[in-house]
Design a protein around this ligand. Structure first.
Ligand SMILES: CC(C)(COP(=O)(O)OP(=O)(O)OC[C@H]1O[C@@H](n2cnc3c(N)ncnc32)[C@H](O)[C@@H]1OP(=O)(O)O)[C@@H](O)C(=O)NCCC(=O)NCCS
Length: 167
């Protein structure tokens, strides 16, 4: 059985903050790349779970592998409008990377988005994150050339929108 075979999505709330903090703590290289720090504060993780664009539902999901949360994702099921979904954060703990968990997790998130009426899924990848970009392209996402500015803990970053049409 492959590493990703038993993967499922589990909806997480702030009651699961410790688990989510552990997932964020499991990707130190990612935060080092983005902001030059290998750890992020607990308050930042809490905001990531709770804060989204005003007026839009945000669903925070754990990637559950046989009862262990090995990654996390947030989805805006109707952003910017009904029929489209947006993936915010998408993380797989370094201990579980490069074994298909991310690819399987994206497929589950797409199924969830489709169940909420989405016909396309979009997301932003920071320009410094070449590995992340390669991952999304491997999952069938297309660069749009649309750039936007973002901020992670006071570090200004540029990101590009990638998009996939669902069948
Ligand atoms: C990007 C990330 C989610 C990938 O998760 P993963 O479980 O390792 O991904 P998978 O094993 O399913 O990889 C699927 C494919 O994506 C591509 N890929 C994954 N990681 C890659 C990397 N570091 N460099 C280049 N390509 C990569 C490969 O084509 C891979 O297929 P292969 O292993 O058969 O070559 C994970 O590395 C991560 O959490 N990184 C930090 C956060 C991040 O960058 N998130 C995404 C951007 S928002």
């Amino acid at each position: 059985m492959s590493h990703a075979a038993r993967l499922s999505l589990r909806r997480l709330t702030v009651a699961d903050l410790d688990v989510v903090v552990a997932v964020y703590g499991g990707v130190p290289s990612f935060f080092e790349l983005l902001i030059g720090r290998r750890e992020v504060p607990r308050e930042y993780v809490r905001d990531e779970m709770l804060v989204g664009p005003p007026g839009h539902e945000k669903v925070f999901l754990g990637l559950d592998r046989g009862g262990e949360i090995v990654g996390a994702a947030d989805v805006l099921p109707t952003y910017p409008a009904v029929g489209a979904a947006w993936i915010g954060v998408f993380l797989v703990s370094e201990a579980h990377q490069r074994r298909g968990v991310g690819r399987a997790g994206v497929a589950l998130v797409e199924q969830y988005a489709a169940s909420r009426g989405a016909r396309q899924v979009s997301l932003g990848v920071e320009l410094v994150n070449a590995a992340g970009r390669a991952f999304w392209i491997a999952c069938g996402y297309h660069p749009t050339g649309e750039l936007f500015d973002t901020d992670v803990l006071g570090t200004a970053l540029r990101a590009e929108v990638l998009r996939k049409q669902l069948r």
